[in-house]
Ligand binder design. Structure first.
Ligand code: AMP
Length: 439
C-alpha cells in the first residue's frame, strides 16, 4: 500500500521518501490510521516488519499538533528492552521527524547519567528509554510525566523475558491515566495479554504475518554436528563460502568469548558483544561490523536484540536458543524488508528437543545438510515434524499427555508462553520416545 493514503502529513511523507521506502509495509498500513486517530493498539509484529516506522510516523504527526514539551517534561515515552534498540528507535525518530519541529532524546544505562539529565532539562517531545535508567532519572527529578500523552512499549515480550516487569509496572504507575498506549510484541503470549490488560484500553489488535512465522525471504537450514566440532565447522563454512557480515548467536557470554577467540585464531576477523562488554566496546564492535572491518559478530540474544543492519546476509545459530521464539527473533536479523538472507543452525544431538520445539513453532522442518568431514558421531535424532497428531478425542491409552514436555534439555518444550504444553498427543505413526539420545 502506498504511504500517500494513510493520512500522513507532507513533511513525514518527504522523510519517508528520503528513506527510499516505496510502499507501506503491512504493519504500517494497518497501524498508522488507528494510531493517527488516537486509538490504543496491540500489535503482533516482529523486528523487520517495519514496526518502528508504524508507530513513529503517526506518533510524530499527533505530537506536532500539540504544544512543545515544557522543561523536563516528556510527551511521548517509548520503552525498549535494550540500549541498542533504544538508540535505533531514536535514530528513526530523528530521521522521520527531520522536517518537523519536535525534540527527541534517548536514555539508557551503562553510560553517564549527567549528560542525559542536561538534555532532559530542555523538555522532550519523544523520549526513548530503557526501563532502569528511566526510573533512575525520574528518581533524580530529571523527568516529569504530568504532560505525557503517549506510551509505546516496544518488544514487550522481550521486556518480560528480560525481567523488566516490575520496572514497567512502576513506570506505568507514574504516568497520567489518560493517555494513548501502543504495545508491540513479537508474540502475544498469555503473559503479554495479562500485562496488556493493565495498560491498553479497547485496543485495536493488529497482527502481521502469521504469528511466529519466520520471514519467508530467509533461507533456513541446519548442519547436524557434534558439539565439540561446532567451532571448526563454523570456521569452515565461513571460509568455504566466503561469508561476510555473519551474525553468530551464542547462548552464553563465555561461549561467545571462546568462539570469538577461536575464530580470531583462525584468521577470521571477529568480535563479541554481550552484557559483560562496556557500552563503548559494544558500540565499537557493532560499528566495525557494519562497515565490514569485522567479518563475524558473535552475540548473545540479549545483546543482539534490536540490532538493525540493513541486508544482514547471514545468521548462524551456533547454539539453538532455549526459547523457541528466540529462533524467530534471531533469524529476523536477516532477510529484512524483502532482502534475501540465510540462517544456518549448527545442531548437536543433545539439542534435538530444542530443534523440535522450533520446528513446531515455525511450522516447518528445517533442511539438514551434512558437511563433509563434519558428520557427527552422535547422530541427530529425526525431527518429529509432520507426524500428524490424531484428532480423535478419545482418551489416549497411556494417558501420558505432555510427551515432549519430558525434555531432558534445559529448554523446556512449550515454554515461552505458548501455554500449549497440555494436550499434546503422541504422533500417529510412532510413539515419541521419552528418552532422547541426548547426552
Ligand atoms: P523494524 O521492523 O522497525 O526494525 O524495521 C526493519 C527495517 O525495515 C528497517 O531497516 C527499516 O528502515 C526498514 N523499513 C521500514 N519500513 C519500510 C518500508 N515501508 N519499506 C522498506 N523498508 C522499510
Amino acid at each position: 500500500m502506498s504511504f500517500d493514503n494513510l493520512g500522513l502529513s507532507a513533511s513525514l511523507l518527504k522523510a519517508v521518501k528520503a528513506q527510499g521506502y516505496d510502499k507501506a509495509s503491512p504493519i504500517q498500513a494497518k497501524g498508522i490510521p488507528p494510531i493517527l486517530q488516537g486509538k490504543d493498539i496491540m500489535a503482533a509484529a516482529q523486528t523487520g516488519t517495519g514496526k518502528t516506522a508504524a508507530f513513529t510516523l503517526p506518533l510524530l504527526q499527533n505530537l506536532a499538533k500539540g504544544k512543545p514539551a515544557k522543561s523536563n517534561h516528556v510527551r511521548a515515552l517509548v520503552l525498549t528492552p535494550t540500549r541498542e534498540l533504544a538508540a535505533q528507535v531514536e535514530e528513526s525518530v530523528v530521521n522521520y521527524g527531520k522536517h518537523m519541529n519536535l525534540r527527541s532524546t534517548v536514555v539508557f544505562g551503562g553510560v553517564k547519567i549527567n549528560p542525559q539529565m542536561m538534555r532532559l532539562r530542555k523538555g522532550c517531545d519523544v523520549l526513548v528509554a530503557t526501563p532502569g535508567r528511566l526510573l533512575d532519572l525520574f528518581n533524580q527529578n530529571a523527568i516529569k510525566f504530568k504532560d505525557l500523552e503517549v506510551l509505546v512499549l516496544d518488544e514487550a515480550d522481550r521486556m518480560l523475558d528480560m525481567g523488566f516487569i516490575h520496572d514497567i509496572k512502576k513506570i506505568i504507575a507514574l504516568l497520567p491515566k489518560q493517555r494513548q498506549n501502543l504495545l508491540f510484541s513479537a508474540t502475544f503470549s498469555p503473559e503479554i495479554r495479562r500485562l496488556a490488560q493493565g495498560i491498553v484500553s479497547k485496543p485495536v489488535e493488529i497482527s502481521v504475518s502469521p504469528p511466529n512465522a519466520a520471514a519467508n525471504t530467509v533461507k533456513q537450514w541446519l548442519c547436524p554436528v557434534d558439539k565439540k566440532r561446532k567451532p571448526a565447522l563454523l570456521a569452515h563454512l565461513i571460509k568455504e563460502h566466503n561469508w561476510q557480515q555473519v551474525l553468530v548467536f551464542s547462548r552464553t557470554k563465555h561461549g561467545a568469548n571462546k568462539l570469538t577467540q577461536f575464530l580470531l585464531d583462525n584468521d577470521i576477523k571477529s568480535a563479541a558483544i554481550h552484557g559483560n562488554k562496556s557500552q563503548g566496546a559494544r558500540t565499537k564492535a557493532l560499528a566495525n561490523f557494519k562497515r565490514g572491518a569485522v567479518q563475524v559478530l558473535v552475540a548473545t540474544d540479549i545483546a543482539a536484540r534490536g540490532i538493525d543492519i540493513s541486508d544482514l546476509p547471514y545468521v548462524v545459530n551456533f547454539d539453538l536458543p532455549n526459547v523457541p521464539e528466540d529462533y524467530v527473533h534471531r533469524i529476523g536479523r536477516t532477510g529484512r524488508a524483502g532482502a534475501n538472507g540465510l540462517a544456518v543452525s549448527l545442531v548437536a544431538a543433545d539439542e534435538i528437543t530444542l530443534l523440535r520445539d522450533i520446528e513446531k513453532l515455525i511450522n516447518k522442518e528445517l533442511d539438514r545438510k551434512l558437511i563433509d568431514g563434519f558428520e557427527p558421531v552422535h547422530d541427530l535424532p529425526p525431527s518429529m515434524f509432520g507426524m500428524k497428531q490424531p484428532r480423535v478425542k478419545k482418551p489416549q491409552p497411556q494417558g501420558r499427555g505432555g510427551g515432549r514436555g519430558r525434555s531432558n534439555n534445559s529448554g523446556k518444550g512449550g515454554n515461552g508462553g505458548n501455554g500449549d504444553s497440555k494436550g499434546k498427543r503422541p504422533p500417529r505413526r510412532r510413539k515419541p520416545k521419552p528418552k532422547n539420545t541426548s547426552a
